[in-house]
Design a protein around this ligand. Structure first.
Ligand code: FE2
Length: 284
């Protein structure tokens, strides 16, 4: 019998007695989707994950998203991204360019919100975790939307937001020209609605640059204010990874960020796939 325990009062749940290496029947996939729609984040502890199981799970839910970092730089198609500092040739320290690049993940974001078709889910499995630090922090834009006044909800209802990868990443490290050219800015709806339970949320994060038709300063005031209110005290769940955790989160309505760790001291190795959304958010 599957057991589901909430992780935080606003969102998140741990699912135990669910072995991801058992065949993904329709019923089992439905349990996962129902839990995602309800809790936005689900953690399956103590999983014996493999890449085959990981990609199978991804495909059973939807279209796997191509890792844009590798694709943007080399044109290679790979569905797995590595989160952490472990490469086939060993551990990278804090000075390595890839470690610096990943510091961009320490800003609140929704994965791939800068893509024409943004991510639906991220599926991350922890193979090696730091002895200290390395948490991932999560906050719910659905819960934050519910805290807005009726006037504020009306004010943002029909807004459109430019999301721009080069804008957000240039704050931490230069983006290679080929990679930048592969990711021009796109426009998302500000307010999204879950297609199953119809709960609404706003959709922002570090890639959200400005609001269509607004000047930059007014855009920043609103976007920064919404972000601050989403991620304030009491609204954040900090996930302390354990080896064997498989965590799935809903990028449509959650923000997350890396909590940082000492890359000179620790190894961190997590593999991640993503399920692409069904289409551009403007068509939702
Ligand atoms: Fe991320």
């Amino acid at each position: 019998m599957v057991s589901i325990q909430p992780l935080h009062e606003e969102f998140g749940a741990t699912i135990t007695d669910f072995d991801l290496t058992e065949p993904f029947t329709e019923e089992r996939i439905q349990i996962i989707l129902d839990a995602i729609n309800q809790f936005s984040l689900i953690c399956f502890p103590n999983q014996k994950m493999t890449d085959d199981v990981h990609i199978e799970l991804t495909r059973r839910i939807g279209n796997p998203e191509v890792d844009h970092v590798r694709f943007g730089k080399t044109g290679e198609i790979d569905y797995f991204g590595v989160v952490g500092n472990v490469t086939p040739s060993g551990k990278l320290g804090s000075d390595a360019s890839n470690t610096k690049f990943q510091r961009g993940n320490e800003m609140w974001h929704s994965d791939s919100s800068f893509r024409e078709i943004p991510s639906f889910l991220s599926i991350t499995h922890a193979y090696e975790v730091p002895g200290e630090g390395g948490q991932t922090l999560f906050a719910s834009m659905r819960a934050a939307y519910q805290r807005l006044s009726e006037g504020e909800k009306q004010q943002i209802e029909n807004l459109q937001v430019v999301h721009d990868y080069v804008y957000s990443r240039s704050k931490v490290a230069p983006v290679e020209p080929a990679h930048a050219a592969s990711l021009p800015p796109i426009v998302n709806r500000m307010v999204r609605r879950n297609p199953v339970n119809h709960l609404k949320n706003f959709y922002i994060g570090s890639h959200a640059r400005d609001i269509v038709g607004w000047d930059y300063n007014d855009s920043r005031k609103l976007l920064d204010n919404l972000l601050q209110r989403t991620t304030g005290q009491g609204h954040v769940y900090s996930h302390q990874w354990a080896i064997g955790d498989t965590v799935i989160w809903d990028n449509r309505c959650l923000l997350h960020r890396g909590g940082g760790y000492d890359a000179d001291r620790w190894r961190r190795y997590m593999r991640q796939t993503r399920v692409a959304g069904l289409g551009p958010t403007l068509n939702e």
